[in-house]
Ligand binder design. Structure first.
Ligand code: APR
Length: 321
């Protein structure tokens, strides 16, 4: 079977880690594109020169020419500016929408059959714009946010309970902003509800709820927590790992159920918007949305989050994108 071709648009922090992970997992040949001269070539060369040590056989090429992404099977977009301390993801809207316009036009031109995973923020708006410009099927233009948000939630739960993170299942729905919805009721450790474990640990329902509320809030603010510490950019290792989990599911047709920024057509009572929901990822992209029963409170939180996404999309329309 011919090796897959994976194009990475944006050779910054996330683009570099994506390249290394793809190489080490041998998921396919990589073309790393950036507008900055020599940067993607330098990163590609640096990573390729580790091939003997890490024993990978894939080709890694850096470029400033979109023609090199021709025929890519998967395109992962990180082009854009990251957040600076104090900036919200939405502050990035205008700058990154302009960048997304040119990126999406070139993806449409050179990789018309590709499946696109968007990482650039504000995520929900950038995925919407990318699909609009490429005109690709909705199932083939998706966004990475929920895998990371859910991983952050799971990490905090594992630390709190002193258990392996491998046994923690946690799901975050909604937009990739402060209104995201970590689903407390569905969070579990190998099937055991996390709330039950917290209540046993503290032998106090009020304290258990306080601890959970703190983890939920930390999850919602987790991106900002990293930005504040890094000072010069936003998280890049974990977003890259998360997008790679999605890429691997698609390339290997795994049918994994991963939280995905996917287009809804009536699911969860929402139509016509990209929202973070569990989706089955396989060779055709987001092949199916998995619905689940939500309480009135959870529905309210999801609606609130969708409202934020709708406002972003409306802002984009108003600004002429
Ligand atoms: N086409 C291609 N690449 C571009 C363009 C463009 N028009 N404009 C900027 N870039 C490149 C920059 O040159 C830079 O190398 O995008 C890269 C972005 O890299 P970083 O600034 O290091 O940002 P990174 O941490 O990788 O995050 C990228 O993902 O999580 C989001 O909020 C984050 O929107 C940001 C994106």
């Amino acid at each position: 079977m011919a090796r897959k071709k994976i194009a990475l648009i944006g050779g910054g922090q996330i683009g570099g880690v994506l390249t290394q992970l793809i190489a080490m997992k041998q998921l396919g040949d990589v073309v790393l594109f950036d507008i900055v001269e020599d940067l993607p070539q330098g990163k590609a060369l640096d990573i390729a020169e580790a091939s003997r040590v890490d024993l990978f056989d894939v080709n890694v090429k850096g470029t400033n020419d979109y023609k090199d992404i021709e025929g890519a099977d998967i395109v992962i977009i990180t082009a854009g500016l990251p957040r600076k301390p104090g900036m919200s993801r939405d502050d990035l809207l205008v700058t990154n929408a302009k960048i997304m316009q040119s990126v999406a036009e070139n993806v449409k031109k050179y990789a018309p059959s590709s499946i696109v995973i968007v990482i650039s923020n504000p995520l929900d708006a950038m995925v919407t714009l990318c699909q609009k410009i490429t005109g690709f099927p909705f199932s083939k233009v998706i966004g990475q946010a929920g895998v990371l948000d859910s991983s952050r939630f799971a990490t905090f739960i594992a630390w709190e309970l002193g258990v392996s993170v491998k046994d923690v299942n946690a799901l975050v729905l909604g937009g990739h902003g402060d209104t995201m919805v970590p689903l407390v009721r569905y969070a579990n450790v190998n099937g055991i509800p996390v709330m039950e474990l917290l209540e046993r640990k503290y032998n106090d329902k009020t304290k258990a709820k306080e601890v959970m509320d703190a983890m939920v809030n930390r999850t919602k603010m987790a991106g900002g927590e990293v930005v504040k510490l890094l000072k010069t950019g936003s998280a890049f290792y974990s977003p890259a790992s998360s997008a790679i989990a999605m890429t691997e599911a698609i390339i290997r047709d795994e049918k994994r159920v991963l939280p995905t920024c996917a287009y809804l057509n009536g699911e969860f009572g929402i139509s016509g918007f990209y929202v973070g929901v569990p989706a089955v990822l396989g060779k055709d992209g987001a092949e199916r949305i998995i619905e689940l029963t939500l309480s009135d409170e959870e529905k309210g939180m999801l609606e609130n989050s969708v409202k934020a996404v709708k406002e972003l999309v409306a802002d984009m329309d108003r600004l002429g994108f």
